[in-house]
Design a binder for this molecule. Structure first.
Ligand code: AMP
Length: 618
């Protein structure tokens, strides 16, 4: 690899570097790759990231965070906007916002350069070559001065900023919006982080589809609130919990106690993104205090914040000329809050995209833009058809194909499924991709659960599963149990991490194994259905066996034994099963059990004491 171009999300709180190649875009660096945008200037050197953040309280005067709020702005402007706490803002050269460390005055770009240098180091280490070029993202509302200052920061870090891209544009690119731009579309990018909220309305300009060049996604309007984010939600929880906490403490909370309460509030908030109710403990020497919170309470605490977000969205929509919104992209950790997602969906009238991690989506988009600028192949991402079949796992590890390969995008399919075990209250749905018949030979894309089903006998729940691949290749899978109305959903981008070679290999393998795969799938289905039949028949025999003669029952037992023999063989060595004979044995049992089923109906009608003698033909 020569002189790669990486994508960098230089954030207010955290920064990230990503890279895209034939396998698609990925974040670089250890763990989730998030580098806190925190810089400490020591007399002996500079500390960046996690350690600077962790030791912030020990070095309050030499540690800087939220530098992005200062970059390229005048000190007066920053003061008017309400300067961030603890940054030690001073007037720099030409009245620019700057900070002071000892007797030195530092410009924000000098501080940001340290973060960029750290990201370049991480990327170089992982890619094994020196990284000297980057696409860097900035908020859509950044003016020329702020963009130029960001370029300067890159230069100071030894990086060429090949292009400065708007964050919402990058987020849209990560979802494939705008590539091959088939038609005009309007996109809302909803970005809610820890401290800020940004809403952008973008327009996709239809073109010849020759490439991703930044200009085909135009910003129509932006609105936001630089003092609205997940931190405010934590603060609302703290305000609610403080009186009972202090009552338990028997006096006012110390600063340390307040910090522990805040941390518990944030943990509770994050937990409530996936569960309905949570308990967070705050340990003290004389015992533990419990913060108990459920989703409904969190939502009522969040309501004033949600109202402010809604007002911003409406303002941006009005500024953009009230267009109909075709897609909604979510960015920022706080968009994991279900009430926030629901708000975004309600205001714009479309279900938001959630397939990608909202913390990394901007960096991934920047990496894709970088890949195009580096002249890397983009054909992979420009597919207009579903490259490999999409399906779900069914009992026994078989795949039910929902959308077959080469279907034109957008594509859609709906099928009905049921349970295989009595009283099942949850169904696990496993979404897979590939041409083979068994799950073990396919690529796993996602799993999700449909929970809270009322217990019903096997086969009675009606689980309707919908697959929808939209024009950008984003797959949304919805499942709803029709009797109870319970629903669940998941989104994925099936083309991520897939190379054309891999697609070719998977197709070739499916041809090579076609015969054995078909056999294996058929045997699995036969086992599942035969088991259900046997369960039903044995139950009916327990209830109504007394109404039938011994010879019939003996004959039925023979059929049952034969079918059980096939099931046992299928479990031991499925390859040896004669599927036709298995099928015939199952049919024979089904036919033989007709009399039993009739008797079972008579028996249940008699037990209702209606005096019914028999069942007439339809
Ligand atoms: P960002 O600035 O984009 O990194 O977002 C950070 C914010 O997202 C913080 O306020 C976090 O508490 C919040 N956050 C992270 N994960 C979750 C989650 N699972 N549910 C709710 N909020 C979250």
């Amino acid at each position: 690899m020569q002189d790669p171009i990486v994508g960098i999300d230089l954030g207010t709180t955290n920064s990230l570097v990503a890279f895209a190649d034939a396998r698609g875009p990925r974040v670089l660096g250890p763990g989730r790759g998030l580098v806190p945008s925190v810089i400490r200037v020591d007399p002996t050197g500079v500390v960046v990231g996690e350690s600077a953040k962790a030791e912030r309280a020990l070095h309050p005067h030499t540690t800087f965070a939220s530098v992005k709020r200062l970059i390229g702005r005048s000190a007066a402007e920053v003061r008017d906007a309400g300067a961030p706490q603890g940054l030690g803002l001073v007037d720099g050269p030409r009245g620019l916002a700057a900070v002071r460390v000892g007797d030195r005055t530092l410009l924000p770009q000098e501080l940001s350069a340290h973060v960029l240098r750290e990201l370049a180091r991480v990327a170089s280490a992982e890619l094994g070559v020196a990284v000297r070029r980057a696409v860097i993202t900035v908020p859509a509302y950044f003016d020329d001065g702020q963009r130029q200052a960001t370029r300067d920061a890159a230069r100071l870090a030894g990086l060429e900023a090949v292009r400065i891209v708007n964050e919402p544009t990058a987020a849209a690119l990560a979802y494939g919006i705008g590539r091959g731009h088939r038609a005009a579309e309007t996109v809302a990018v909803f970005d809610l982080g820890g401290g800020t909220f940004d809403l952008s309305i973008l327009s996709v300009i239809p073109g010849d589809g020759t490439g991703l060049d930044g200009e085909f996604l135009q910003v129509l309007a932006t609105a936001g609130d630089t003092a609205l984010g997940g931190d405010d939600l934590d603060a609302a929880i703290v305000a609610h919990a403080l009186p009972p906490y202090e009552a338990w403490l028997g006096g006012p909370a110390t600063p340390q106690g307040m910090e522990r309460l805040r941390a518990a509030a944030e943990r509770a908030k994050c937990a409530l993104s996936t569960v309905e109710c949570t308990t967070e403990r705050i340990e003290h020497e004389h015992g533990a205090w419990e913060l108990v919170l459920d989703r409904a309470l969190l939502e009522s605490l969040a309501q004033p914040l949600l109202d402010r977000m809604a007002a911003c969205c409406r303002r941006a929509l009005a500024d953009a000329g009230a267009p109909a919104i075709d897609r909604v992209v979510l960015v920022g950790g706080s968009t994991r809050v279900p009430a926030v997602r629901a708000l975004a969906g309600r205001i714009f009238g479309v279900e938001p995209y959630t397939a990608l991690d909202p913390d990394v989506v901007v960096a991934l988009g920047a990496a894709l833009q970088a890949q195009v600028l580096a002249g890397g192949r983009t054909d992979l991402l420009l597919m207009d058809v579903v490259p490999l079949s999409l399906g779900i796992e069914t009992a026994g590890g078989a795949v039910a194909k929902m959308i077959v390969r080469n279907s034109a995008m957008p594509a859609r399919a709906t099928e009905m499924f049921s349970t295989g075990v009595d009283g099942q209250t949850a169904v696990k749905l496993h979404v897979v991709q590939g041409e083979r018949e068994l799950v073990k030979d396919c690529r796993s894309l996602a799993t999700f659960e449909l929970r809270g089903l009322p217990p019903m006998p096997a086969g009675i729940p009606q689980v309707q599963v919908d697959f929808m691949v939209d024009a950008n290749g984003v797959l949304a899978v919805h499942a709803v149990e029709r009797r109870s109305g319970r629903r669940a959903q998941v989104q994925v981008v099936p083309a991520y991490g897939l190379t054309t070679d891999e697609v070719d290999r998977m197709e070739a393998e499916s041809l090579e194994h076609a015969r054995e795969d078909m056999h294996a799938h058929r045997v699995i289905d036969l086992v599942v259905n035969a088991r259900l039949d046997i369960t039903w028949i044995e139950e009916a025999r327990t209830r109504a066996g007394a109404l039938l003669d011994a010879a019939y029952l003996e004959d039925l037992e023979g059929h049952l034994t034969r079918l059980k023999g096939f099931i046992a063989l299928a479990e031991r060595s499925p390859g040896q099963v004669d599927a036709d004979a298995f099928h015939a044995a199952k049919d024979a049992l089904d036919r033989a059990s007709m009399r039993l089923h009739e008797a079972a109906i008579v028996q249940s009608l008699q037990s209702m004491d209606r005096g019914v003698k028999g069942v007439v033909q339809p």
